[in-house]
Design a protein around this ligand. Structure first.
Ligand code: AOF
Ligand code: ZN
Length: 380
């Protein structure tokens, strides 16, 4: 009999790797014999052993004839670690119950095929939706080689991200702000526009000790970032990339870059139309790890401001929107999360699909998926 409880346990284990496995997936494994768990494990860190091997290492009995519940199809390739399919066969596991299929072209059904061919009884797609939910980022990144980008903002019930005077501290309550902190360490990058640096002088780091900090990415077409801002002052401690759209041959650029490099920033120029950063090309560079000293970035939390948010939506680099809504009203002329020109007609709106609603303290968190993958984004 296949038991949901064991896959639920595997999912719970997988989640323990959150924030550490990127750009690898979250994976949990449970080995069951005669209705009893005899081994369990998860993928805990990028480069560390896979979930299956950790589960095997923890066995309290031989795995011969046992069932393996695994949230993701076992790999069959030699990566940083040897194929998990080998370990499953060596330990004579009789049945493998898989949640998600691994879309990594190196695996993509081949892992299952190896097991089936070896005579293992396979159940695929068990609790697939729950298992797929663990790895939205990985599925996007491994098939498209672009970061999964999430736009996050906090607004009042009347849609303002700041009051009339521009003040934005604070819109949401403490618990919602703690949730944002948690979001930061689950993404590999955190991106803002220069406007946000000039108005808020944020640090964009993770306060919780012992957590990984995302790479800070500042879109700053003309390199206006002041050397005395908090980002610059902490650039040696927290990797930071400033992306501009300047002519790399001009002395103006060379001089500014030199000064910023001296404080520890990585400066690149990715010029697009109208002397602005080409966001699609930038995503491609991050996805394939082309930015020296940063490596591959599988996910980015976009924290504003309104102009960059608009641009990101327009060029199609966004996969998800996370909107916090505070139970208060500012009224007046305060700024809104997405500005720019906007659409002429409601029928021209960018469509989202509501994915989840959570109450956090007195605030709401609405999570939406952006409908349809923008193919333009993948070509360029
Ligand atoms: C599994 N179990 O726990 C994980 C899998 O570079 P490596 O060797 O760590 O391999 C990374 C790839 O292996 C990754 O892209 C994904 O396809 C798969 N991850 N597979 O069987 C695991 N983490
Ligand atoms: Zn593996």
């Amino acid at each position: 009999m296949i038991d949901r409880r064991f896959m639920e346990r595997a999912i719970e284990l997988a989640k323990k790797g959150k924030g550490w496995t990127n750009p690898n997936p979250l994976v949990g494994a449970v080995i069951v014999k005669e209705g009893r768990i005899i081994g369990e494990g998860y993928h805990s860190r990028f480069g560390a052993p896979h979930a299956e091997r950790n589960a095997i290492a923890s066995l309290t009995d031989t795995a011969e004839g046992a069932d393996l519940y695994i949230t993701l199809e076992p790999c069959c390739h030699q990566g940083k670690t040897p194929p998990c399919t080998d370990a499953i066969l060596e330990h004579r596991i009789a049945r493998v119950i898989i949640g998600s299929r691994d879309p990594n072209p190196k695996v993509a059904g081949k892992g299952s095929a190896v097991l089936r061919k070896a005579g293992i009884c396979l159940e695929e797609g068990f609790m697939k939706e729950d298992c797929d939910r663990l790895n939205r980022v990985f599925f996007h990144y491994i098939t498209k080689k672009r970061p999964y980008v999430v736009m996050k903002y906090a607004m009042t019930a009347d849609g303002k991200i700041a009051s009339r005077s521009g003040a934005s501290k604070w819109i949401t309550g403490e618990e919602a702000r703690a949730r944002v902190q948690e979001m930061r360490w689950t993404y590999m990058g955190i991106m803002v526009g220069i406007g946000t640096i000039l108005s808020d002088d944020p640090l964009l780091t993770v306060r919780e000790k012992g957590r990984r900090n995302p790479v800070r990415i500042i879109c700053d077409s003309r390199l206006r970032i002041p050397e005395n801002c908090r980002i610059c002052k902490t650039a040696r401690k927290y990797p930071t990339v400033v992306v501009c759209a300047m002519d790399e041959t001009k002395t103006d650029f060379l001089e500014k870059r030199k000064r910023l490099q001296e404080v520890g920033l990585h400066v690149i120029s990715v010029p697009g139309e109208q002397e602005q950063v080409d966001l699609r090309r930038l995503m491609k560079l991050f996805g394939c790890g082309a930015i020296q000293a940063i490596g591959e970035v599988d996910s980015i939390l976009l924290e504003g401001g309104a102009i960059l948010n608009d641009k990101a939506l327009q060029v199609g680099i966004l996969q998800e929107v996370k909107a916090f809504i505070a139970p208060k009203i500012f009224g007046g002329s305060g700024r809104t999360p997405v500005e720019g020109t906007g659409v002429q007609l409601p029928s021209e709106a960018r469509q989202l699909r509501l994915d989840k609603i959570t109450q956090i303290g007195g605030d709401l968190l609405l999570e939406y998926l952006v409908k349809g993958v923008d193919e333009r984004c993948l070509r360029e």
